[in-house]
Design a protein around this ligand. Structure first.
Ligand code: HEM
Length: 548
């Protein structure tokens, strides 16, 4: 309570009352009527917007690790306009509405998630989460339900859009140095949001219960089995047994429609709330003295300057996704053949990099590299040591050079190693493979950055950029360049024309050996004692029009 009254005491004389400073806007914010910019405002301190334009109290220095005093959370009278004020302050800096500040990626993620939720709720009216009826209910939805196909397509494309935009948003905030100082926790919650977004998308893969989804989830959950110590328990906990069946479908359904979205919503509110508390979007600590920079730093009314831009972008994204959903159908494969996976069965596109890594080495590729990446993502802002955000993309020349080296050297080393080894299952020392070569290159670049710049912040960023470059290379290799029996070459991915079905013995071998040879065959595949030994005709795809 004491804290709250102290905050209220910070309210500016002359500020429009009762302007709420709470809420969730992703903004460079400033309460009160448009004031002339104070020198503090011009230097862009983190909480300047809260304190400008009054002379006292003094603004918190940007170097403060976390703002101790918070903006006031003033009660308002309720209604739609108050809801709006919880999302946006009255005034924002002009640059907040410019595309170059955020590339619109946080908003795009939000819009994609919103569309996925809306379409998902509609799909739930028809979908039946049972192994006997799931595939048929999706077929009905496509063929019989008015606009059913459109809503399903929209759900699929917006879900992919959310994952892609979320990853790009992470990259954007990394390159803009927006994760430092007061926004550290925004970033940390963002890492949680990324994991929840990936998990929500993955859990949705199983629901259509078709050939793709069955084998994608079989491979995806097999990857979880490689976590040292707890892998087997994790895999069994996810599946509710040794193989994908009704318990797995029930679990994935509950995770997909209730547990993960609820967790995601809580994290999202915290993410945006903390951003608002940190003073809105990161901005350059010392804007240049050019007329353009001054103009960008000027305060303008949030509505219509920012809201108009946000609504326009949201509308564009909605139109784009609707057009995509009208013209491109989300594939529904045939009912799953539990004995014949496509060759090769692949994890979802955002996990195929992990599958590629595990195919080199379960320990180095499947555990060490991903753990390093997630650990560094989570701790990066604290290891980085700087408290000032850059606010623009890699402003210093040495930062640009370090980032370029972090992409080119580990990325190039990974490509060279993949080409050198070709088939990952060739016998080489377990610790020497494309994953470890790439990792060594990342460490080398980070060490060189330290020797050259003596700047911890650049080392952390270069290590993160390098690890992300590695994951990107392995994802591209796994998705586009791994074909039958995981051989190297250009191959279409699963579900696309050209993917083949294998004979059961080869399929059984393949499904697990693409992940790692010699292990886990019994736990990841359906056990059936009467496997035919000769290749059989590929299962005919069952489209919406095909008889059930
Ligand atoms: C469901 C996923 C997410 C949603 C819906 C979301 C939403 C947003 C929005 C709307 C903004 C303000 C506008 C913008 O910067 O584009 C924002 C800012 C921010 N987000 Fe996220 N975000 C998500 C995931 C992430 C992730 C994965 C990270 C990083 C690990 C992250 C870190 C940040 C940071 C540091 C900011 C402040 C940016 C700045 O000050 O320039 N977010 N987020």
């Amino acid at each position: 309570m004491a804290k709250r009254s102290k905050r209220k005491g910070r309210k500016q004389p002359g500020a429009e009352a009762p302007s709420t400073s709470s809420g969730v806007a992703a903004l460079d914010e400033a309460p009160g009527p448009a004031p002339a910019l104070t020198p503090e405002a011009e230097t862009g301190t983190e909480t300047e917007a809260e304190t400008a334009p009054a002379p006292a109290p003094a603004p918190e220095p940007e170097t403060a690790p976390e703002p101790k005093s918070r903006p006031a959370i003033a009660p308002t009278g309720g209604g739609l306009s108050d809801f709006y004020r919880h999302l946006h302050p009255r005034q924002v800096r002009r640059r907040s509405g410019q595309l170059s500040s955020t590339l619109g990626l946080g908003l795009a993620t939000l819009v994609c998630l919103g569309l996925a939720t809306l379409s998902g709720i509609l799909l739930m009216f028809y979908y039946v989460p049972s192994v006997e009826r799931a595939h048929g209910s999706v077929q009905d939805l496509i063929a019989v339900v008015p606009l059913g196909s459109f809503w399903r397509n929209l759900h699929r494309w917006s879900a992919h859009g959310a994952v892609a935009c979320c990853l790009l948003h992470l990259l954007r905030t990394l390159l803009w140095g927006a994760f430092r100082g007061p926004r550290r926790r925004v970033w940390l919650v963002g890492v949680g949001l990324l994991l929840v977004t990936l998990a929500t998308s993955f859990s949705g893969y199983l629901l259509p219960w078709d050939q793709d989804s069955y084998w994608t989830v079989t491979v995806g959950t097999a990857l979880a089995g490689y976590v040292p110590g707890v892998g087997a328990a994790l895999q069994e906990g996810l599946l509710g047994g040794a193989t994908v069946g009704q318990p797995a479908l029930t679990r994935f359904f509950v995770l997909h429609v209730v547990a993960l979205p609820a967790l995601g919503l809580v994290l999202l509110v915290i993410h945006l709330f903390r951003l608002r508390r940190a003073g809105g979007l990161a901005r350059p600590p010392k804007p240049r003295a050019t007329a353009k920079a001054q103009e960008d730093a000027a305060l303008v009314p949030a509505s219509p300057w920012l809201t108009g831009r946000e609504l326009s972008l949201a509308l564009l994204i909605c139109i784009g996704l609707c057009l995509l959903s009208i013209y491109i159908d989300a594939r529904l494969g045939p009912a799953p053949d539990l004995l014949r996976p496509d060759n090769p069965p692949k994890a979802p596109w955002f996990l195929v990099g992990l599958q590629e890594l595990v195919s080199y080495s379960a320990l180095w590729g499947g555990f060490v590299l991903p753990t390093l990446l997630v650990g560094l993502l989570a701790l990066g802002p604290w290891l980085d040591g700087r408290t000032e955000a850059d606010g623009v993309c890699l402003p210093a020349r040495r930062a640009r050079l370090a980032a370029l080296a972090a992409v080119l050297i580990p990325g190039g080393a990974a490509v060279a190693a993949v080409l050198w080894w070709g088939d990952p299952q060739q016998g080489t020392a377990a610790w020497l493979n494309p994953a470890t070569v790439g990792l060594a290159a990342v460490l080398g670049v980070a060490a060189a950055t330290w020797l050259w710049a003596r700047d911890r912040a650049e080392v952390v960023r270069s290590a993160l950029v390098g690890l992300l470059a590695l994951v990107t290379v392995f994802t591209v290799v796994g998705w586009f360049f791994r074909g039958q029996d995981w051989t190297l070459g250009y191959h279409p991915g699963p579900g696309r024309p050209g993917a083949t079905h294998t004979s059961p013995p080869a399929a059984v071998k393949q499904a697990v050996e693409t992940i790692e040879p010699r292990k886990r065959i019994q736990t990841t595949l359906p056990t059936k004692t009467t496997l035919p030994t000769t290749p059989t005709t590929p299962t005919k795809p069952t489209g919406p029009e095909a008889p059930r």
